[in-house]
Design a protein around this ligand. Sequence first.
Ligand SMILES: Cc1cc2nc3c(=O)[nH]c(=O)nc-3n(C[C@H](O)[C@H](O)[C@H](O)COP(=O)(O)O)c2cc1C
Length: 231
Amino acid sequence: MKVTVITGTEVKGCTYHIKEAFLEVLREDSEITEYVLPKDLPHFCTGCKTCFMKSEVFCPHASWVGPIWNSILAADLLVFACPVYALRAPGQMKALLDHLCVHWMVHRPDERMFGKKAVVLTNAIGPLQKGAQRDIATSLRWMGVPDIRKLGAPLMVDAFWTKLPDKRREAIVRRVHRLAERYRDGSPARRSVKTKVLFAMTRMMHQGTARNEDPLSADNQYWLDKGWIKK
Ligand SMILES: Cc1cc2nc3c(=O)[nH]c(=O)nc-3n(C[C@H](O)[C@H](O)[C@H](O)COP(=O)(O)O)c2cc1C
């Protein structure tokens, strides 16, 4: 199984150890590619919209984003691990997700995303982690990923892995191992109703706008070339 891991912090703290605990279970039978943010994408989206209007290959950060996207496309399982900052995903994770908007259903989705599984691993001092998980899951959902699981680890006692009591660390690792076990068989995800509905809705939208467009937008041309809409 091919696994692509995006870690939303360079600190080798709680996120790192939780991510490592997850991979520990899968390492033997998997080919794992890892990216760490912001090291592997140290740029925010500039808002130039060149990806939408022309192609993502002309993005000023294509040399950073391209390899990450290609790795995501090649993977069977995607793992997003990050701490919670201000009740949300950290900015560096959002910066990557912003660069991937061009691959949302409303623009130019890649059908390889429709068979992937994804895991979102978060940790925070407190228990409120849904906002951060949703930041990532929403993007994945709109890119067509049908099977997304989330695990949030509330640290409660301290923000430093080494300062957590052994019992707390062990309890977190046990939960993470249990989740990782579910992915050992490497089976692909089935296309979910949500993915099907989003695809059907956006296809109607693209079909509707393509009828009145000459020349076609880059998005509509892509849908036409895929054979998903007619001119
Ligand atoms: C800028 C910043 C914002 C944070 N915001 C929250 C928060 O909103 N809620 C919370 O429970 N913990 C918050 N924390 C605590 C982090 O989630 C905690 O430090 C992290 O889980 C530790 O993981 P790490 O060792 O990988 O950095 C914040 C930490 C930082 C540095």
